[in-house]
Design a protein around this ligand. Structure first.
Ligand code: FMN
Length: 322
């Protein structure tokens, strides 16, 4: 039998999650995304303290329960937990998440095992973010409800696999939710994800250039101005492959050619002792940049995606003798 959260995500306006982004996704973004009918998500470290996390979740819950927007039902929200052993706040943040019965938990950078049972016990859904078939298999074995497959072209900590190859390999052993990530910035891209075998698309970069994102103005403008050619994937900042905008690297006084092959000490947040702070001065984005041509309210972005999705669906239906 389906849980209430599973029923809600079956009724999304579009099969889409706005992906969690460090220093970008806060309560305003999540609330507007959920009100627009798709899943909104934020990483718990974006709230500077666990007390603040408690306040953020309360704010999101109140806004989504307030019912003043009767036009459509709100989608459930998701919190993204870094389960890596270096996340010192994990236990405290997880307690808050459990207290609030956050509908969807997206785990990143480690095994979701310790999260699965407590979240499923209250009816929540657990999705593990993975970037290889090996990690997908390991996460699947822990009993998660879904896998977010991070493919090549994704913003932030990126993947190396082509989405068609990744989905096909994972579908051989997995019939739970698949959320597909990597350079998806249009309604046609969302439809293509579903056609490839995913249940949902996972879209990060497009939501940087919204009024409600926490990105500073120049970051939003750089997302509008850049295309996929303006990106480099490097381990120079966090020790893991991350897709960053070259102009932001240059603006920090660094030479992209010089840093290209460097590997930083593993540091997922970049907050401790790094000279140039990834995510703060060095700005992440994915290859979907070319589709993003303005900064706009979330509601408008999602309306546009719905229209593009519908146009793409009609185009596919009109092909051949389907
Ligand atoms: C600026 C930025 C910050 C990100 N921070 C996180 C994060 O804190 N946790 C996480 O699981 N993924 C993070 N991601 C990855 C996204 O959740 C998602 O996988 C990715 O944005 C999808 O690719 P796209 O940007 O091409 O749409 C980040 C991505 C970007 C662009």
């Amino acid at each position: 039998m389906k849980t209430e959260v599973q029923r809600q995500i079956a009724k999304l306006r579009l099969p889409l999650f706005a992906a969690p982004m460090f220093l970008i996704s806060g309560p305003e973004l999540v609330i507007e995304v959920c009100k627009s009918g798709i899943v909104g998500a934020f990483p718990t470290p974006n709230a500077r303290t666990t007390t603040m996390l408690d306040e953020w979740i309360t704010k999101i819950k109140d806004a989504l329960a307030d019912g003043s927007d009767q036009s459509r039902s709100c989608a459930p929200y998701a919190a993204n937990l870094v389960v890596h052993r270096t996340n010192k706040r994990f236990a405290a943040d997880f307690d808050v998440v459990i207290k609030h019965r956050v509908p969807i938990i997206i785990t990143a950078l480690g095994s979701p095992a310790k999260v699965v049972e407590p979240v499923q016990n209250y009816g929540g859904v657990v999705i593990a973010d993975v970037n290889s078939v090996e990690y997908a298999r390991k996460a699947a074995d822990t009993g998660v409800d879904g896998l977010a497959l991070v493919c090549s072209g994704a913003g932030g900590h990126t993947g190396a696999l082509n989405p068609f190859a990744f989905v096909e390999e994972v579908r051989k052993f997995w019939d739970g939710y698949i959320v597909l990530a990597g350079a998806i910035s249009s309604g046609a891209g969302i439809l293509a994800s579903i056609a490839a075998g995913a249940d949902f698309a996972y879209m990060g970069t497009s939501f940087i250039a919204t009024n409600e994102s926490l990105a500073e103005r120049d970051y939003k403008q750089m997302v509008v101005d850049c295309t996929a050619q303006d990106l480099m994937v490097t381990k120079a900042f966090t020790g893991a492959n991350a897709s960053m905008m070259i102009p932001s690297i240059v603006n920090q006084g660094l030479d992209p050619n010089e840093i290209a092959g460097k590997v930083a000490k593993l540091n997922y947040t970049g907050q401790d002792g790094a000279e140039a702070k990834p995510w703060k001065g060095i700005w992440a984005a994915g290859q979907g940049l070319g589709c993003i041509n303005k900064v706009q309210p979330v509601a408008q972005l999602v309306d546009d995606l719905v229209a593009e999705y519908s146009t793409a669906s009609k185009r596919i239906k009109a092909i051949g003798n389907l």
